[in-house]
Design a protein around this ligand. Structure first.
Ligand code: TTP
Ligand code: MG
Length: 352
């Protein structure tokens, strides 16, 4: 039996700000663009739950947030600081994981099958982990627990804020039943519209969808969606270990959704990473692609490959990871390609 957890920090960027500015605790606070008395451009990156009471949400124009709550505290973005807090959080979580996979700045999957004996155990274990994050770093998080990554992820959204939601294998069907299609992992606004046009408005309907029709419309993603609607996900928690890695990043001058330009840049970054790797005389086992969207959301995708120092595998894997991203039409601001799990060609495994 597998027991998988997804841990996601609550209102992460604002939670970070609260750490160094305790005076904003408990008052509506927003991290994002400068509101400029309601004339500001740009968006809300995130806001605390107090601000959410006024209808403020991530990705909303900052001018609208200002209209909803002009006297909220508006804080500008400090990614370096959030990365620093994120590293501390991940170090705590790692202590609790068997296998550990960080998926974004504030979220990680953990396979705890070897750490606990039962789902009941897992719930207590998650409570201990939440307490450790709060005690050591000072921020709150939510935990979804399930038999696979898909269910853990969806359970976590139901656990928010500051909660734990456990979905046992035998309860998966009931958990998914009655959900709107947009609540299903992997389904964004555009996909939901297309599915609605095909007559699939709920997860229950999609679970019984015609596979031939779905694959004809969406390719292999169509088959995946049907599996998701049935709560099926065999993907493993893939370790992205803390050992040294080599990466390169690129910021577009203008945010873009031009797939060709993005693919070319992924190729270029992969080549730069390869050159560095070759100089360092290392093999790699994991390739990670980072996509930062114009709304500053970040997606991290990793895949393990057979240990290699091959040049083409970096670009090929990164491009495949790009193909699998469910970006839903948002423009990309920044790209990163990274190889990790490095092993020295001299046969010595690196630590630290
Ligand atoms: P999320 O985990 O999606 O959001 P959150 O942590 O702010 O709130 P919660 O999990 O409690 O619902 O995203 C993590 C961080 O990523 C978030 O703090 C800010 C950033 N982010 C954006 O910049 N733009 C966005 O549209 C979203 C959703 C998040
Ligand atoms: Mg979060």
């Amino acid at each position: 039996m597998r027991i998988i957890m997804l841990v996601d920090m609550d209102y992460f960027y604002v939670a970070c700000e609260e750490l160094r500015r305790p005076e904003i605790r408990g008052v509506p606070a927003i991290v994002g663009a400068d509101p400029k008395q309601g004339k500001g451009r740009g968006v809300v990156m995130t806001c605390n739950y107090k601000a959410r009471e006024y209808g403020i949400r991530s990705a909303m124009p900052i001018s609208m947030a200002y209209r909803l709550k002009p006297d909220a505290v508006f804080v500008s973005v400090d990614f370096d600081y959030y990365d620093e807090v994120s590293r501390k959080v991940m170090a705590v979580l790692r202590r609790f994981a068997g296998r550990f996979e960080q998926v974004s700045v504030d979220e990680a999957f953990m396979d705890v099958s070897d750490k606990v004996n039962s789902y009941a155990d897992a719930e207590a274990y998650a409570a201990g982990m939440k307490k450790a994050v709060l005690d050591d770093v000072g921020i709150k998080c939510s935990v979804g627990i399930g038999p696979n990554k898909l269910i853990a992820k969806m359970a976590c959204s139901k656990a928010k804020p500051d909660g734990i939601r456990l979905v046992r294998e035998e309860d998966v069907k009931a958990f998914l039943s009655g959900m709107e299609i947009i609540e299903l992992y992997g389904v964004g606004g555009k996909t939901a519209e297309k599915l609605a046009a095909m007559g699939y408005g709920t997860v229950d309907q999609l679970a019984k969808a015609n596979a031939v029709q779905m694959i004809g419309r969406f390719g292999s993603f169509g088959g995946e969606l049907i599996r998701y609607a049935n709560g099926i996900d065999d993907s493993e928690v893939t370790e992205n270990s803390e050992v040294k890695s080599i990466g390169r990043e690129f910021t577009f001058e203008k945010d873009t959704d031009d797939r060709e330009a993005i693919s070319n840049e992924i190729g270029e970054l992969s080549m730069q990473v390869y050159r560095e790797l070759d100089k360092a005389q290392e093999y790699y086992k994991t390739v990670t692609l980072k996509l930062r969207y114009s709304d500053f959301t970040e997606h991290l995708h990793s895949r393990s490959v057979r240990m290699t120092n091959d040049q083409k595998t970096i670009a090929k894997t990164a491009l495949e990871l790009y193909g699998q991203d469910s970006e839903d039409g948002r423009k990309i601001r920044k790209l990163g390609v990274r190889v990790s799990n490095l092993v020295s060609r001299k046969g010595q495994k690196r630590i630290g």
